[in-house]
Design a protein around this ligand. Sequence first.
Ligand code: SAM
Length: 282
Amino acid sequence: MELWYTEEHTPSVRFSIKVKKQVLSEKSPFQQIDIFDSEEFGRFLTLDGLMMVTEKDEFIYHDMIVHVPMAANPDAKRVLVIGGGDGGTVRELTRYGSVEHIDMVDIDEMVVDACRKYLPFTSCRLDDPRVSLCFEDGLKFVRRFEKSYDLIIVDSTDPFGPGEGLFTREFYGSCFKALTDGGILVNQHENPYYESYSHAMKRAHSRIREFFPVCRVYQAHIPTYPSGHWLFGFASKRFDPLTDLDAGRWNSMGIDTKYYNTDLHVGAFALPSYVKRVLEAE
Ligand code: SAM
């Protein structure tokens, strides 16, 4: 018998991966957690039936959500990760000796426990002494800080279910307040190709722009996400991701990445015309 994981990307488009075996299926108070093994993508995690990470292509997402802001400001010392329960974002951040402290706040302890047990390839640095874990809604957590973080990375699920609050005006305003004067906010920004996702992307972009003087969008190719074309938001109080990039400095750090490099950093901000039009129309 053949087993397939199938995800609905739109009511008329489906994406399937042939599964070797199901490793975990459990329901937390927040979401359905499933882990599968596959031939093509290795082990992968889904939440509420939506792809989060696969062993084969997670490096693209995690390189782009971490190294783009860290190259724009390599002096970031205090970092807040909201969501990110699989640990991949923290793994990449711990590669910077200059990062002094990382708070990771995920609403769902069961996701983190499952990833520690079954996804060591992403969760392997969660025990780094610079990392503090907190299990709380990121929307509530961030409210209590003022000028406390140099970088906030929102590595969340989509804007429905537990992740909904992380796409609100209130949340972006709290992030602005929690950031230091040179602070940067990066978030996963959905895909521009399918209407339902591009609506969320537009809305997030216009809300972030209400608070941040620098507000850009960059892209990556992530094969297992809907349409394969994924966007990230880069917002900051001061740093510009292109004019403040010191490629020589980042390259001299010797961080060996599989996807990110400083040429790609520049290219990732060159968006297709239809995406630019949508963002400019906001
Ligand atoms: N790379 C992924 C993607 O874009 O599909 C995201 C991965 S990560 C597993 C997403 C995490 O966000 C999950 O562990 C989930 O529990 C967490 N999360 C969702 N809503 C949250 C909230 N309101 N506060 C904190 N964490 C949240």
